[in-house]
Design a protein around this ligand. Sequence first.
Ligand SMILES: Cc1ncc(COP(=O)(O)O)c(C=O)c1O
Length: 397
Amino acid sequence: MSRPSAAERVSRFGTTVFSEFSALALKHGAVNLGQGFPDFDGPDAVKEAAQRAIRDGVNQYAITTGSKDLRQAISEHAARFYGQQVDPDTMVTVTSGATEAILDVILGLVDPGDEVIAFEPFYDSYDANITFIGAKARYVPLRAPDAQHAQWWIDWAELEAAFSPRTRLLILNSPQNPTGKVFTREELERIGALCVKHDVKVLSDEVYEHIVFAPAQHVRPATVPSLADRTVTVSSMGKTFSLTGWKIGWVIAPPPLRDAVQRAHQFVTFATASPLQTATAAALRLPDSYFQELTANYLARREKLLRGLREAGLPAHAPEGSYFILAEISHLGFPDDVAFCRHLVTQVGVAAIPPSVFYSPDHRHLGQRFARFAFCKTDGVLDEGARRLRDGLTKAR
Ligand SMILES: Cc1ncc(COP(=O)(O)O)c(C=O)c1O
């Protein structure tokens, strides 16, 4: 008998839900509000900086921690937006997107058999990376807004109960994909106290840091005193500059933690695309007006999609950040979110993502009452999506 080709650590990973629904969207000519990347391009100045860098010969390996200029720009950005002091030489590693950074952090800080706490619904690479290294995930579901809670909220008793002597890392994602939750300073302080009590490190995934809608405000967890010494901040340029295909990310951490992550990074990718590092430095130095405009444009898109969803009979809580909306579908009579999303893409011509896939099996039912829609799309696409939803869903009723 021949052995299975796939190693055990990957054997339970099939095609992702994104590939499945993108293929269905293509087949049925659907408006794709499923995938979380912009259908518009990043700033010309940044693209020109990349072209210039290639022409000027910035084409060989960068040093493994990242080009000096980009590390300096990351440090300046942290000081400008969060008043955070970052030594570019000892506290920064540049990675191939936040995706690589997340793997590097887990490789660098967690041992097989350790436990990692993460909130549900989660970004799917957390679960895969925890599995890769043979650690155990402990999931704590964020609770949906209700009569007592204006925003997604944490059941503190549940969070506290998730800590054990084996807990090594807690993963935070604020603004959160897919709930749009932005963690408040008070919540972060409370999480910080628990992490201090149990001596747990934090991976803070902040890839949506510049897509936050007032009155919500992005608080960088590393700027909360109890978290400062124990937090590895992960971010990237893809969402902020609408250039998700560039895959330039970074970690910022106190030197001993940065050192642990760097040890992993040097053998995962060693270094990442040099000319795109040069251009990312230029992007991070864009004036405040760029970042303000990005938020204003996303606010207008959020309002447009919320209106479209509500008119189609899909009530939705306005996200405080990120470019995702979870719309309620439980009143429509489908067996679950996957069945609803299949119907939507094949019969209505709109692709959305069933969020139950962002929950562990025990909590999957919590995601079945929603569908995830992305609003990182141009006005014409959002309008057409809204029209199809209105026509297709109201007709069906
Ligand atoms: C929460 C979250 N973290 C990380 C990533 C990956 O970022 P990058 O494209 O920089 O690897 C994404 C992309 O969708 C995300 O939503």
